[in-house]
Write a protein that binds this ligand. Sequence first.
Ligand code: SF4
Length: 322
Amino acid sequence: MARMNAIPPATLRHDWSTADIQALLEAPFPELMFRAQAAHRAHHDPCRVQISTLLSIKTGGCPEDCAYCPQSAAYETGVAASKLMDVGAVLAEARAARDAGATRFCMGAAWRSPKDRDLDAVCAMVEGVRALGLESCVTLGMLTAPQAQRLAAAGLDYYNHNLDTSPEYYRDIITTRTYQDRLDTLGHVRDAGINVCCGGIVGMGEAAADRAGLIAALASLPKHPESVPINALVRVAGTKLADAAPIDAIDFVRVIAAARISMPLAYVRLSAGREGMTDEAQALCFLAGANSIFYGPRLLTTANPAADRDRVLLGRLGMRAQ
Ligand code: SF4
């Protein structure tokens, strides 16, 4: 949107420390919200919400051990492993998402990293999604530089690869790949000229300092991600985090606000965990600068508020999907 480019990116800060973000998270709520709203309104229309739809194109059986994930083969969660979907079936879902109002179609595969032969099919999906007039996004795990370039050549608009949590808490969450692995993939995606979608998850038993560390890590990237999904953990039976204490709704809103202030040009996406949030908590997230949501009945393998509930909520708030 035009207003997003009104301030040159060179004026953005990329030196956010964990202490800077922690100070934001601990600020009096009215001050925090005022700053978040000022940042939001300087660059975005506060009444608009970008809509993305997410489809799992290859579910389950993943060799990684992400402590929150029902698709990891390390946990008994009842998620059956499936093969990569057909291109035609994926494009039928994309068409339905577009007809329901989505502007971006995100495709997720539960891989450690894609095999080169899998990329042929994924590239065909990307091309088909773009031909429908949708932005394309994929999340396929770790990428090499040539793989990122292949996806760029297919026209991929966004690559999602989350940092998940702070560098300090990361080893409690994933042991099968490192923080640096993630940063390397993000670098390959950037170098290939693909937009970056990168965020994390809160409510995984982390300390407030880890929430600050996650936002500081994102806001200190050489270029801020264009999309920053902030997820509230969906606790799935069988995963390591099945019994994690849920994050307080106000604390969640504070994380959204800190993301908005530190990465003012980004689309801050209210992602997983919305099903468990009240409408009032979601409204506060929008006031704190969230301006993107996932739309549709499922997020990979967990429930998402039905599109109708979203439409009703946006209508009550006088907000519009874009
Ligand atoms: S989050 Fe992704 S990489 Fe981690 S276990 Fe789940 S599907 Fe695999």
